[in-house]
Design a protein. Structure first.
Ligand SMILES: Cc1cc2nc3c(=O)[nH]c(=O)nc-3n(C[C@H](O)[C@H](O)[C@H](O)COP(=O)(O)O)c2cc1C
Length: 350
């Protein structure tokens, strides 16, 4: 059904217009208590066998929505009502900014992929903090992803991230330092250990000072050399980070300028996950993102050592019930393998 709607209707409209409409619809849903509870009851993962605990936070299921959809923390409850086990909001920056000129979001339908050069369009950390402070009617795990304001020079990047962290860490179930988006000039240079160490140290100080001690993760690019993946893994261990999200979009493609996501990213994303797991074992929580399309993909990531899995592009092509369907299939698979909990699958083939 969704395939038909997508091929006959949605793909004829500008991708960003469809995105904005979806965000508005989900924000509206969050304001309709009865409907949102009904949907949540029908679609969210409730099977105890799917529960996952990572860095002290309880997730109802392993599959969450990756950063970049709910940039301004406008509709997390609506997303949870559709069956995602967590929502990563952002990327948020210390200062509001418009992002790159449109068009900046492109579908590659035959490849089941997307290219985006949004450039961290967002209303700023303070505005998001006001939204995150509102009481919620549903239990939603909300991660907050922060990045650098475009106009802030690299030398002042740490202070900029710290501003966002102070605003948002107290309101986040976990905090993510994003140094891997390709659409903010120079951002990915911050993945160099010499720059990343002071940045993560400063943000961690903020995350550690919240009443609950907010877990801190770093999100990395798929285009890093393998030795750089290892170096960041070692740094994360050294600094006592809680985990790594791998990966962001790739710039290794021949299309429009921007980051590529979806099916073509699958192989490299899995490769980076395997490399991280070989390096850190279970000492860090690994969150796998990139090209996840179905329950088989989620299962493969879990076996390879991910505790949590995220998707975004797969949802665009899979439709509104995508996450719910995957969680249901995962529950079946847990039973078929004779497991009591999906957590028993984590790292089995690592
Ligand atoms: C339109 C779009 C916007 C994105 N914006 C962000 C962002 O703001 N911050 C971020 O860390 N990742 C962002 N991402 C990357 C995703 O979070 C994810 O890491 C990547 O798309 C790979 O997953 P996927 O193949 O399931 O889409 C964005 C992805 C897309 C498609």
């Amino acid at each position: 059904m969704y395939r038909l709607v997508f091929s006959q209707v949605l793909r004829r409209f500008d991708a960003e217009a469809v995105h904005q409409l979806t965000v508005s619809a989900l924000a509206l849903l969050a304001r309709l208590p009865l409907l949102k509870r009904l949907l949540h009851r029908a679609l969210a993962p409730h099977d105890p066998a799917l529960r996952v605990t990572a860095f002290g936070v309880h997730f109802p299921g392993p599959l969450g929505l990756a950063a970049g959809f709910d940039k301004d923390a406008a509709c997390a409850e609506g997303i949870a009502a559709l069956g995602f086990g967590h929502v990563e909001v952002g990327t948020l920056t210390a200062h509001a900014q418009p992002g790159n000129p449109r068009p900046r979001l492109f579908r590659l339908v035959p490849e089941r992929a997307v290219i985006n050069r949004m450039g961290f369009n967002n209303a700023g950390a303070a505005a998001a903090a006001r939204r995150l402070r509102r009481p919620r009617g549903l239990p939603v795990v909300v991660g907050v992803n922060i990045g650098k304001t475009k106009v802030v020079p690299e030398a002042e990047a740490t202070a900029d991230y710290v501003t966002s962290a102070k605003e948002l860490a107290p309101l986040a179930d976990y905090l993510v330092v994003n140094v891997s988006s390709p659409n903010t000039p120079g951002l990915r240079n911050l993945q160099a250990v010499s720059l990343l160490r002071p940045l993560l140290t400063a943000v961690k100080e903020v995350a550690d000072s919240t009443p609950r001690r907010t877990p801190l993760l770093v999100k990395i690019a798929p285009d890093l050399a393998d030795e750089d993946v290892d170096a960041i893994a070692d740094l994360a261990l050294e600094l006592g980070l809680d985990g790594i999200i791998a990966t962001n979009t790739t710039i290794r493609h021949g299309g429009e300028t921007g980051g590529l996501s979806g099916r073509p990213l699958k192989a490299r994303s899995l490769e980076v996950l395997r490399r991280l797991r070989a390096r850190v074992g279970d000492r860090l929580t690994l969150v796998s993102a990139g090209g996840v399309e179905d329950a088989d993909d989620v299962w493969e990531r879990l076996l390879a050592g991910a505790t949590l899995v995220q998707g975004y592009t797969g949802w665009i092509y899979g439709g509104p019930l995508w996450a719910s369907r995957i969680h249901r299939r995962l529950a079946t698979r847990v039973r078929r393998h004779g497991l009591k909990s999906i957590t028993e699958a984590i790292g089995r083939t690592a």
